[in-house]
Write a protein that binds this ligand. Structure first.
Ligand code: APR
Length: 237
Protein backbone atom coordinates (compact mmCIF):
# COMPACT_ATOMS: atom_id res chain seq x y z
CA UNK A 1 0.00 0.00 0.00
CA UNK A 2 1.37 3.44 -0.90
CA UNK A 3 0.95 6.05 1.77
CA UNK A 4 -0.14 9.35 0.17
CA UNK A 5 -0.22 11.59 3.24
CA UNK A 6 2.74 13.06 5.12
CA UNK A 7 4.21 10.29 7.27
CA UNK A 8 3.38 10.76 10.91
CA UNK A 9 6.12 10.54 13.55
CA UNK A 10 4.72 9.93 17.02
CA UNK A 11 7.11 10.48 19.93
CA UNK A 12 6.48 9.11 23.42
CA UNK A 13 8.70 10.83 25.96
CA UNK A 14 9.42 10.30 29.65
CA UNK A 15 11.52 11.86 32.38
CA UNK A 16 14.77 10.88 30.62
CA UNK A 17 14.32 13.47 27.86
CA UNK A 18 14.42 16.23 30.47
CA UNK A 19 17.32 14.73 32.46
CA UNK A 20 19.93 16.73 30.53
CA UNK A 21 17.91 19.88 31.33
CA UNK A 22 18.59 19.17 34.99
CA UNK A 23 15.24 17.62 35.95
CA UNK A 24 15.62 14.36 37.82
CA UNK A 25 14.09 11.12 36.56
CA UNK A 26 11.89 9.09 38.89
CA UNK A 27 13.49 5.70 39.07
CA UNK A 28 17.19 6.59 39.06
CA UNK A 29 19.10 5.99 42.30
CA UNK A 30 19.06 9.74 43.00
CA UNK A 31 15.47 10.00 41.72
CA UNK A 32 13.00 12.52 42.95
CA UNK A 33 10.85 10.20 44.96
CA UNK A 34 13.76 9.32 47.25
CA UNK A 35 13.46 12.58 49.14
CA UNK A 36 9.74 11.92 49.59
CA UNK A 37 7.81 8.72 49.58
CA UNK A 38 5.42 8.63 46.60
CA UNK A 39 2.54 7.93 48.96
CA UNK A 40 3.28 11.13 50.90
CA UNK A 41 3.18 13.55 47.99
CA UNK A 42 1.59 12.09 44.87
CA UNK A 43 -1.59 10.23 45.77
CA UNK A 44 -5.18 11.30 46.49
CA UNK A 45 -4.68 9.96 50.05
CA UNK A 46 -1.65 12.25 50.54
CA UNK A 47 -3.78 15.21 49.45
CA UNK A 48 -6.46 14.39 52.02
CA UNK A 49 -3.85 13.80 54.76
CA UNK A 50 -1.58 16.82 54.21
CA UNK A 51 -2.47 19.11 51.27
CA UNK A 52 0.10 21.67 52.44
CA UNK A 53 2.95 19.16 52.04
CA UNK A 54 1.68 18.14 48.58
CA UNK A 55 1.46 21.78 47.45
CA UNK A 56 4.96 22.53 48.78
CA UNK A 57 6.37 19.49 46.96
CA UNK A 58 4.87 20.59 43.63
CA UNK A 59 5.78 24.25 44.24
CA UNK A 60 9.41 23.16 44.57
CA UNK A 61 9.19 21.09 41.40
CA UNK A 62 7.49 23.96 39.53
CA UNK A 63 10.39 26.24 40.46
CA UNK A 64 12.84 23.63 39.08
CA UNK A 65 10.85 23.40 35.84
CA UNK A 66 10.87 27.17 35.43
CA UNK A 67 14.66 27.25 35.84
CA UNK A 68 15.21 24.39 33.36
CA UNK A 69 15.82 24.99 29.66
CA UNK A 70 14.96 22.74 26.69
CA UNK A 71 17.93 20.60 25.67
CA UNK A 72 19.19 19.35 22.30
CA UNK A 73 16.59 16.54 22.20
CA UNK A 74 13.57 18.82 22.75
CA UNK A 75 15.00 21.29 20.23
CA UNK A 76 15.68 18.67 17.55
CA UNK A 77 12.08 17.39 17.68
CA UNK A 78 10.74 20.95 17.37
CA UNK A 79 13.09 21.63 14.46
CA UNK A 80 11.87 18.52 12.64
CA UNK A 81 8.31 19.82 12.91
CA UNK A 82 9.39 23.27 11.67
CA UNK A 83 10.99 21.53 8.68
CA UNK A 84 7.56 20.24 7.63
CA UNK A 85 7.58 16.77 9.17
CA UNK A 86 4.37 15.72 10.92
CA UNK A 87 5.35 15.24 14.57
CA UNK A 88 3.02 14.46 17.49
CA UNK A 89 4.45 14.23 20.99
CA UNK A 90 2.87 12.29 23.82
CA UNK A 91 4.74 13.09 27.00
CA UNK A 92 4.51 11.65 30.48
CA UNK A 93 6.35 14.75 31.69
CA UNK A 94 4.58 17.54 33.51
CA UNK A 95 7.20 20.12 32.44
CA UNK A 96 6.73 22.42 29.43
CA UNK A 97 10.12 21.91 27.79
CA UNK A 98 8.69 20.49 24.54
CA UNK A 99 6.50 23.57 24.14
CA UNK A 100 9.30 25.96 25.02
CA UNK A 101 11.50 24.27 22.39
CA UNK A 102 8.76 25.04 19.84
CA UNK A 103 6.78 21.78 19.48
CA UNK A 104 3.12 22.55 18.83
CA UNK A 105 1.41 19.16 19.02
CA UNK A 106 2.05 17.97 22.59
CA UNK A 107 -0.27 15.79 24.68
CA UNK A 108 0.50 15.72 28.42
CA UNK A 109 -0.59 12.29 29.59
CA UNK A 110 0.10 13.05 33.27
CA UNK A 111 -0.94 16.70 33.28
CA UNK A 112 1.01 19.94 33.52
CA UNK A 113 2.69 21.41 36.57
CA UNK A 114 2.16 24.95 35.29
CA UNK A 115 -1.61 24.48 35.50
CA UNK A 116 -3.83 24.43 38.57
CA UNK A 117 -7.22 22.83 38.68
CA UNK A 118 -10.26 22.82 40.88
CA UNK A 119 -10.68 19.96 43.32
CA UNK A 120 -14.44 19.84 42.59
CA UNK A 121 -14.51 20.36 38.83
CA UNK A 122 -11.54 19.08 36.79
CA UNK A 123 -12.64 21.22 33.82
CA UNK A 124 -11.81 24.36 35.79
CA UNK A 125 -8.12 24.89 35.01
CA UNK A 126 -5.98 27.96 35.47
CA UNK A 127 -2.41 28.73 34.44
CA UNK A 128 0.01 29.23 37.35
CA UNK A 129 1.79 32.19 35.74
CA UNK A 130 4.12 32.99 38.59
CA UNK A 131 4.42 32.09 42.21
CA UNK A 132 2.95 28.99 43.80
CA UNK A 133 -0.34 27.29 44.58
CA UNK A 134 -1.03 27.67 48.31
CA UNK A 135 -3.77 26.66 50.71
CA UNK A 136 -6.60 29.14 50.26
CA UNK A 137 -6.16 29.53 46.47
CA UNK A 138 -9.60 28.65 45.15
CA UNK A 139 -11.40 28.11 41.85
CA UNK A 140 -14.40 30.18 40.70
CA UNK A 141 -16.66 27.82 42.68
CA UNK A 142 -14.68 28.51 45.85
CA UNK A 143 -12.90 25.14 46.09
CA UNK A 144 -9.19 24.65 46.79
CA UNK A 145 -6.91 24.44 43.76
CA UNK A 146 -4.50 21.53 43.25
CA UNK A 147 -1.77 20.91 40.66
CA UNK A 148 -3.21 19.69 37.36
CA UNK A 149 -1.19 16.48 37.47
CA UNK A 150 -2.23 12.83 37.54
CA UNK A 151 -1.38 11.17 40.84
CA UNK A 152 -0.75 7.47 41.46
CA UNK A 153 -4.10 5.73 41.79
CA UNK A 154 -5.92 8.27 39.62
CA UNK A 155 -7.38 7.73 36.16
CA UNK A 156 -5.42 9.00 33.14
CA UNK A 157 -8.09 11.00 31.28
CA UNK A 158 -6.03 11.56 28.12
CA UNK A 159 -5.09 7.87 27.66
CA UNK A 160 -7.81 7.30 25.02
CA UNK A 161 -6.57 10.30 23.00
CA UNK A 162 -2.99 9.00 23.27
CA UNK A 163 -4.06 5.56 21.98
CA UNK A 164 -5.73 7.16 18.95
CA UNK A 165 -2.55 9.09 18.12
CA UNK A 166 -0.34 6.00 18.46
CA UNK A 167 -2.72 4.02 16.23
CA UNK A 168 -2.08 6.59 13.47
CA UNK A 169 1.72 6.50 13.75
CA UNK A 170 3.92 5.64 10.78
CA UNK A 171 6.93 5.51 13.10
CA UNK A 172 7.05 5.55 16.91
CA UNK A 173 10.04 7.06 18.69
CA UNK A 174 10.21 6.40 22.43
CA UNK A 175 12.63 8.54 24.46
CA UNK A 176 13.74 8.33 28.08
CA UNK A 177 11.05 6.28 29.75
CA UNK A 178 11.31 3.11 31.79
CA UNK A 179 7.83 2.16 30.48
CA UNK A 180 7.21 0.99 34.05
CA UNK A 181 4.11 3.05 34.77
CA UNK A 182 0.75 1.99 33.38
CA UNK A 183 -1.17 2.76 31.31
CA UNK A 184 1.57 4.80 29.53
CA UNK A 185 3.80 1.71 29.28
CA UNK A 186 1.00 -0.12 27.45
CA UNK A 187 0.83 2.46 24.65
CA UNK A 188 3.38 0.43 22.66
CA UNK A 189 0.77 -2.30 22.31
CA UNK A 190 -1.44 0.11 20.34
CA UNK A 191 1.14 0.50 17.56
CA UNK A 192 0.03 -1.02 14.22
CA UNK A 193 1.90 -4.23 13.36
CA UNK A 194 3.81 -2.77 10.39
CA UNK A 195 5.07 0.28 12.26
CA UNK A 196 8.67 0.45 13.51
CA UNK A 197 9.42 1.47 17.09
CA UNK A 198 12.76 3.01 18.15
CA UNK A 199 13.80 3.47 21.78
CA UNK A 200 16.44 6.08 22.72
CA UNK A 201 17.53 5.54 26.32
CA UNK A 202 20.94 4.84 27.91
CA UNK A 203 19.29 1.73 29.36
CA UNK A 204 17.66 0.71 26.05
CA UNK A 205 19.31 -2.71 25.95
CA UNK A 206 17.54 -3.76 29.16
CA UNK A 207 14.25 -1.89 28.64
CA UNK A 208 13.32 -2.42 25.00
CA UNK A 209 10.48 -4.90 24.45
CA UNK A 210 11.08 -7.49 21.68
CA UNK A 211 11.05 -6.04 18.16
CA UNK A 212 11.97 -2.51 19.26
CA UNK A 213 15.13 -0.92 17.77
CA UNK A 214 17.50 0.21 20.51
CA UNK A 215 19.68 3.33 20.63
CA UNK A 216 21.56 3.17 23.93
CA UNK A 217 22.44 6.87 24.15
CA UNK A 218 21.33 9.88 26.16
CA UNK A 219 18.45 11.76 24.52
CA UNK A 220 20.63 14.82 23.85
CA UNK A 221 22.84 12.73 21.55
CA UNK A 222 20.55 10.02 20.15
CA UNK A 223 17.57 12.21 19.22
CA UNK A 224 19.48 14.95 17.33
CA UNK A 225 21.39 12.23 15.43
CA UNK A 226 18.15 10.58 14.31
CA UNK A 227 16.61 13.92 13.40
CA UNK A 228 19.66 14.91 11.32
CA UNK A 229 19.37 11.57 9.51
CA UNK A 230 15.67 12.17 8.69
CA UNK A 231 16.39 15.75 7.61
CA UNK A 232 19.22 14.63 5.28
CA UNK A 233 17.04 12.07 3.52
CA UNK A 234 13.93 14.30 3.63
CA UNK A 235 11.72 11.48 4.93
CA UNK A 236 11.36 9.13 7.90
CA UNK A 237 12.52 5.94 6.13
N1 APR B 1 18.43 10.48 28.04
C1 APR B 1 17.46 9.57 27.82
N2 APR B 1 16.98 8.77 28.77
C2 APR B 1 17.51 8.88 30.00
C3 APR B 1 18.52 9.81 30.32
C4 APR B 1 18.99 10.65 29.26
N3 APR B 1 19.93 11.56 29.44
N4 APR B 1 18.81 9.68 31.63
C5 APR B 1 18.02 8.70 32.12
N5 APR B 1 17.22 8.22 31.14
C6 APR B 1 16.22 7.17 31.18
C7 APR B 1 16.40 6.09 32.23
O1 APR B 1 17.28 5.09 31.74
C8 APR B 1 14.98 5.58 32.40
O2 APR B 1 14.71 4.52 31.50
O3 APR B 1 14.99 7.78 31.51
C9 APR B 1 14.12 6.79 32.02
C10 APR B 1 13.36 7.41 33.15
O4 APR B 1 12.45 6.49 33.67
P1 APR B 1 11.51 6.87 34.88
O5 APR B 1 12.32 7.57 35.92
O6 APR B 1 10.76 5.65 35.28
O7 APR B 1 10.52 7.98 34.25
P2 APR B 1 9.21 7.78 33.40
O8 APR B 1 9.24 6.54 32.60
O9 APR B 1 8.97 9.07 32.68
O10 APR B 1 8.12 7.64 34.54
C11 APR B 1 6.78 7.55 34.19
O11 APR B 1 6.10 7.64 36.48
O12 APR B 1 6.49 8.60 38.50
C12 APR B 1 5.63 8.56 37.45
O13 APR B 1 4.10 10.17 36.66
C13 APR B 1 5.48 9.90 36.76
O14 APR B 1 5.44 10.44 34.42
C14 APR B 1 6.09 9.69 35.40
C15 APR B 1 5.89 8.20 35.20
Amino acid sequence: MTRQRTPHLVVLTGAGISAESGLKTFRASDGLWEEHRVEDVATPEAWVRDPGLVLRFYNQRRAQVRRARPNAAHKALAELERDGFRVSIITQNIDDLHERAGSRDVLHLHGEILMARSTVDPRMCYPVHRGDIVLGDVCDKGSQLRPDVVWFGEAVPRYGDACEIVEQADLLLVVGTSLAVMPAGALLRQVPMDVDVILVDPDAERLAPPGVAKIGQPAGEGVPELVRHWQRQGRLW
